[in-house]
Design a protein around this ligand. Structure first.
Ligand code: SF4
Length: 395
């Protein structure tokens, strides 16, 4: 795709139109051709075939040859800048220069699932496990409230200790203690009855990344016991229960092509989530994907900006993974259209153990206690962190 066609596609996105899959894919290859930040392992193709055979899944999305479609770097950079600038404009029109903060509390790193990319997967025998007690979690909320947080995000692995009753009780206690705060849950796949109960207990939002809209790609990232159709059913159930629902995906996960990303954009356009989390894949040393390269920061920013144009009112975090992959990743995310930050409110000991990928940030500006530093960094790029629940507000 040439630069002129790229600009036409940006205009279409800005008008709320969804371009065809092939054009979306060609656009990504043209302006962000590097999917990964380094070479893929020699045995990647063998591994891919083994995972597909294990799942009995056939490819549904064709791969693309990015190198032949890439624009010269100078032109690609100009196209990316035009995209970021329009995405920024869209975000400012809807949110002003306001950045919403959510206090992230990592309640448990115990998980019954085995996502191949995740450092706290059940199969990682080397992970040191922990679980916060309800009292510890409430203490984090109290501390966070004093710092100005009005949304608490309870994130954890799929830890069976957190039964519906225990989690619902926790949500009720938070809502009764701090009625002006929103509670977001990010605790994985559960039954419709469970989602309903937690919603009735007062949970406002639920984050559950769809990970990839391509079932064959999903089968490469997850063992056969975890199904793409169940993930999609969970997302539909969350919406049906009335949650502000968050989907999302990693950029540069193993075997991801621009065609997969085009599929993600089409899914998001259809599903209309209220929140979308997008970060680069970063490998973890104790997972089956340890030898795979991280995803590209630039391609991640392109996806953030495209999602901002497609979903102008969505809450888009500038993710911890983006901040981990690049020192100025958080700021660049905001300048590509993101409008949310999620500093870590977990106790210090827990933060070090919630290691989803190598070198995950949990200190410095990532730590809720250092809000002043974060505020300053965000101010330096022209935005203001606000004390606000930051609920989804349609256009
Ligand atoms: S990504 Fe979530 S569900 Fe998957 S293994 Fe990690 S904590 Fe568990």
């Amino acid at each position: 795709m040439n630069a002129q066609c790229c600009r036409t596609l940006i205009d279409e996105l800005a008008q709320g139109k969804l371009p065809e899959r092939e054009r979306l894919s060609a656009f990504i290859d043209a302006c962000a051709p590097e999917a990964f930040s380094g070479p893929v392992p020699d045995d990647a193709t063998t591994l891919e075939a083994a995972y597909l055979a294990e799942a009995g899944v056939h490819e549904t999305v064709s791969s693309s040859d990015a190198s032949s479609d890439a624009l010269p770097e100078e032109e690609a950079e100009a196209v990316r800048e035009a995209l970021y600038s329009l995405a920024r404009k869209r975000a400012v029109e809807h949110f002003g220069r306001r950045i919403y903060i959510r206090g992230l509390i990592e309640i448990s790193n115990i998980c019954r699932q085995n996502c191949r990319y995740c450092g706290i997967r059940a199969g990682n025998a080397l992970a040191e496990r922990y679980r916060l007690s309800p009292e510890q979690i409430l203490a984090c909320c109290e501390h966070g409230y004093g710092l100005g947080f009005r949304t608490f995000v309870f994130q954890g692995g799929e830890d069976p200790w957190f039964t519906d009753e225990r989690l619902a009780d926790l949500v009720r206690r938070v809502k009764s203690e701090w009625p002006d705060c929103a509670v977001t849950l990010s605790v994985g796949e559960r039954s419709l009855a469970s989602y309903r109960l937690l919603r009735e207990a007062g949970a406002d939002r639920f984050l559950l990344r769809h990970e990839t809209a391509d079932p064959a790609h999903y089968a490469k990232l997850h063992p056969v016991a975890q199904s793409w159709s169940n993930r999609m059913a969970c997302l539909r159930n969350l919406k049906a229960c009335g949650y502000q629902t968050g989907a999302g995906f990693m950029v540069g996960s193993p075997w991801q092509t621009s065609a997969c990303l085009a599929e993600d954009l089409r899914f998001l356009h259809d599903f209309q989530p209220e929140m979308v989390g997008i970060g680069p894949f970063i490998p973890h040393a104790q997972t089956p994907f340890a030898r795979f390269p991280a995803g590209s920061v630039e391609r991640t920013l392109v996806m953030v900006a495209m999602v901002r144009l497609l979903l102008p009112a969505a809450m888009l975090p500038s993710t911890t993974a983006l901040g981990t992959a690049a020192g100025d990743g958080r700021e660049r995310g905001i300048l590509a259209g993101a409008n949310v930050l999620m500093p870590n409110l977990s106790p210090k000991e827990a933060r070090a153990l919630y290691r989803l990928y190598n070198n995950k940030l949990s200190e410095g500006a990532e730590c809720a206690d250092n809000l002043a530093e974060l505020r300053e960094r965000i101010r330096a790029v022209g935005y203001e962190i606000v004390v606000d629940r930051g609920d989804f507000r349609p256009c």
